[in-house]
Ligand binder design. Structure first.
Ligand SMILES: [Zn+2]
Length: 80
């Protein structure tokens, strides 16, 4: 089972672009090991966030409030 097939277990309609986003932005890939379980959990987290109208931080995937794309912790770290 490849990465796309694992992601599609959580998000059946996931196209190639979404699969690449989840793999590159929501897992340690390509610097660290990615288990099938962590890949599925990342896809499921994004699916649940979208279903509930929530947004995830572009850097750490924590929930973001308001119209920002980064959470308060990442915003602070990026501004230093
Ligand atoms: Zn963050």
């Amino acid at each position: 089972m490849n990465a796309q097939e694992i992601i599609q277990k959580a998000i059946p309609e996931a196209n190639n672009d979404l699969c690449e986003y989840i793999l590159w932005a929501m897992t340690p890939f390509p610097c660290g090991a990615v288990s099938p379980r962590s890949l599925f959990k990342a896809a499921d987290r994004l699916k649940r966030a979208n279903a509930n109208g929530r947004r995830l931080c572009d850097f750490c995937n924590n929930e973001v409030h308001g119209d920002d794309w980064t959470c308060p912790s990442c915003t602070r770290a990026l501004s230093q």
